[in-house]
Design a protein around this ligand. Structure first.
Ligand SMILES: *Cc1c(COP(=O)(O)O)cnc(C)c1O
Length: 361
């Protein structure tokens, strides 16, 4: 039998959030951090306009889209590479910069795509302890060896919702050897409103070994279309452009992405909605006696007093009512559930559901 490369069969395939609740009369999806408000109407319209042209290949370099992103972020379009979701970009970075015998660091409660990308490249993922569900710069630096090639840091992190202040990210970068790539995954950057937070674009511009990745899957509500991008040095962009699929970003998502980017009013509304309902949900869940971890993203991580069995019973109770939230066992947080911020009625329903669960326990 043909055999895959070493490491491939050690990959635990990524399991997404549940999207069905058989038997329930309604469906409230709070398991995948999808946008509460959906996509901008302008993005939907732009998507539709492409329909008559789908026999044409897309612009393989996503030039117009990169130009729009460059203008928005005040960076050079030549320092941007687009991908089929940021997963695509993260996987390409691992393939480009790590291989057999190399180590890829990520934090123990970090996004599961990092160890998958590392193994897919043949490298060894190394999970580094966090402190109080926050990435620990000293612990990360202590795990760096001559074999370390990449450090992946989600900032804010999924699923903990915590973030590292800019000064800590700068300190992490300063402690890394120059030939180690620091990948700052800023999928939730738009939701982070603390004054000491930064997505890291300035660091990319002044250091050759930093990449920031961004996505249209979260605040822009285009997860179904797949669009992410990397901000990196010209040298890293050159590497990614050699490795990526020549048409890795389709025409529909290029059009929808540009329209979504232009709709700044919708973006502000989504950010404001998240700020309001993240605070509201956190306060209600705390009143119910649950431990709510501070979140800089569009979800909250909630720990149950009775541990893993309690969290799982609560999840099943909600699911029977058609409310889907995320199980956290794969992230080594089995006593917790992750709940995405949804619409007002959805937030009310999940609080009522958990109150009901705690009452009958
Ligand atoms: C959701 C998420 C992404 C986005 O992935 P896409 O492939 O762009 O949909 C990236 N990183 C983290 C940490 C996420 O939670």
């Amino acid at each position: 039998m043909p055999k895959p490369r070493p490491g491939v069969l050690e990959i635990a395939a990524y399991v997404g959030g549940e999207s069905h609740a058989p038997g329930a009369q309604r469906l409230i999806r709070l398991a995948s951090n999808e946008s509460a408000l959906g996509p901008s109407p302008r993005a939907i319209e732009a998507y539709g306009r492409v329909a008559g042209e789908i026999h044409r290949y897309p612009d393989g370099g996503s030039a117009q889209l990169r130009q729009a992103l460059a203008l928005r972020h005040g960076i050079d379009a030549g320092h941007i590479v687009c991908g089929n979701g940021s997963d695509d970009v993260l996987t390409l970075l691992a393939k480009a910069y790590a291989g057999e015998g190399d180590e890829v660091l990520y934090t123990v409660h970090g996004f599961l795509v990092y160890p998958i990308a590392a193994r897919a490249a043949g490298a060894t993922p190394v999970a580094v302890p966090e402190r109080g569900l926050i990435a620990d710069v000293d612990a990360l630096l202590a795990r760096v060896t001559p074999a370390t090639r990449i450090v992946f840091l989600a900032n804010p992190n999924n699923p903990t919702g915590s973030y590292l202040p800019d000064a800590e990210v700068v300190r992490l970068h300063a402690g890394l050897p120059e030939d180690v790539l620091l990948v700052l995954d800023a999928a939730y950057a738009e939701f982070a409103d603390a004054p000491d937070y930064s997505a890291g674009h300035e660091l990319v511009e002044r250091a050759g070994n930093v990449v920031v990745t961004r996505t249209f899957s979260k605040i822009y509500g285009l997860g179904g279309l797949r669009l992410g991008w990397a901000h990196c040095s010209s040298a890293v962009a050159d590497v990614l452009n050699r490795l990526r699929g020549p048409f890795n970003v389709n025409a529909a998502v290029q059009a929808a992405g540009m329209a979504a980017l232009a709709d700044t009013g919708f973006l502000d509304a989504a950010r404001q909605h998240n700020r309001t309902w993240r605070a509201w949900l956190g306060a209600r869940l705390a009143e119910l006696g649950l431990t709510v971890h501070p979140s800089a993203a569009n979800f909250v991580l909630v720990t149950f007093p009775g541990g893993a069995a309690d969290a799982e019973a609560a999840r099943q109770y909600l699911k029977a009512q058609g409310i889907l939230v995320r199980q956290m066992g794969a992230y080594h947080l089995p006593a917790a559930l992750r709940i995405s911020i949804g619409r007002e009625d959805e937030m009310q329903a999940v609080v009522d559901g958990l109150a009901g669960y705690l009452d009958q326990k």
